[in-house]
Every structure is written in C-alpha cells, then in structure tokens.
Write a protein that binds this ligand. Sequence first.
Ligand SMILES: Nc1ncnc2c1ncn2[C@@H]1O[C@H](COP(=O)(O)OP(=O)(O)OP(=O)(O)O)[C@@H](O)[C@H]1O
Length: 243
Amino acid sequence: MSTAPLLDVRRLRAGHGASVVLEDLSFGMGVEAVGIVGRNGMGKTTLCDTLVGFLPVTDGEILLGGEDVSGRAPEKIAGAGIAYVPQGRRLFPSLTVDEHLAMLAGRTRGKRWTPEAVYDLFPRLAQRKRHGGAALSGGEQQMLAVGRALLLNGRLIVMDEPSEGLAPTIVDVLVDAVHRLVDEGVAVLVVEQNLRAAVRMAPRQLVMVSGRIEAEFTGDELLTRPDLQRRYLGVGADDGAHR
Ligand SMILES: Nc1ncnc2c1ncn2[C@@H]1O[C@H](COP(=O)(O)OP(=O)(O)OP(=O)(O)O)[C@@H](O)[C@H]1O
C-alpha cells in the first residue's frame, strides 16, 4: 500500500445549487481502498458526484496526482483517471453485457483493463455475455457497472454503495474484486451503508458528518465499538455490525 497522495481533497465546498452540502471537506488517499461511512444525508453521494464532476465545486481543490481537476467536465475527470460506479448502476436495459463493454473497448487496446480482463475478474459476467442489462441479477449488474468503470483504465474508482441489495455471496465477489484492484495499483474509494462490507473492502474508514470528514477509524475499531457506531452511524449496539 502506498501512502503517496494520489487523491488530495482540500477544503472542498460543494452542493446542490444554492444548498451547500460539503463544507471544508479534506482528506487524502494513496493507492489503497478507503471507505466513507456516515448517517443518511451526511453528503456521501454528494461527495462522490462532486469528485467525478457531476456537481460543481464552489471552493477548494481536488488534486489527482498533484493536478487540480476541480471544475473540469465529467469526461475530462474520467480522462484524468477517476472512474465512477454510481449508486443504482445506471446500465442500459436493452444492451447486452458484451455491448456495454464493447462501447468502451475501442479505447482499451494495449491497456490493462479490456473486456477480456473484466471477464477474467468476474467469470460470472462472461457466462452472461449475451444477456441484456434488464435480464441480469442485481449482482451481475453491479459487476458490469464495475467492469465498465475499469475500462476507463483510471487510477481511482469511486463506488457509491456497491453492496446495496446484494446477496452475501455477491458481496464476497465485490470484496475480492476491490482487493485485487488495489493489488494491481487501482485505488478504490467506496461509500457503504453496510458496515461489514465496508470494513472488508477497506481497512481505512473515514466518517462523514454534516458534509465534512469528521473522523477516521480502522475498520476493526468501527466494527468492535458500539459507541462509535451509535455516534457516527446512528445505529444501535445490536444492529450496527449488520448494516
Ligand atoms: N439533487 C439534490 N438536490 C438538492 N439537495 C439534494 C440533492 N441530493 C441530495 N440533496 C441533499 O444533500 C444532502 C446530502 O445528501 P447525500 O445524498 O449526499 O447524502 P448521503 O450521505 O449520500 O445519504 P444517503 O446515505 O441517504 O444517500 C441531503 O440533505 C440531501 O437532502
């Protein structure tokens, strides 16, 4: 794991129109998996959308490899190396798995991540190549969404609630995929409501409170301390580990 600041977010301010959601938000990460957790409405999705350029930055900086990408259009930020797996997966119901990947395949020649490499990472997708997006299970859709993001051959992949609604066996596949990506030099920033999944994906967990990163814990600390779960995640001592 490298601690070099691949991503360095400094005093970020952003939101929806006149409504400021992120205020003075700072954190940094290297080529590693980092989780973002927090109660509902604290601004996690807003942060993801801002990092990838879907929402404008009002103030502050988003440095990727030392270069400020804030204020750039989403396609420029993707080109600079930040890929996005948004909440809800956003696939095309009528396109097959192969067609989804082929849309981006032209740019992947000679690069690490090609459709073949995605099928190698997710063999289950390879078995569903000719299935339409609408015919895929939730887990297969999530694998396809991750696969599409990988074809950008970026340096950082941002995932918003990837385990939402998925069976435990599929969550296992995603956890393994995150580890493999980090091993191969792709950083992963993952927002999760499911604390157990979050901790298995990322040893470093940042806690968001009211639009800022308020604290940082190891996954083990968060899992074993009901007081932290109550305070930062708003869950009771009994149900915290299951979220
Ligand atoms: N499209 C929007 N327009 C205006 N305000 C929004 C919009 N989307 C979210 N918000 C507001 O921004 C704040 C942060 O929401 P956000 O979805 O980023 O939080 P979150 O931490 O991801 O929560 P959740 O886990 O419920 O998705 C909330 O007050 C929310 O009401």
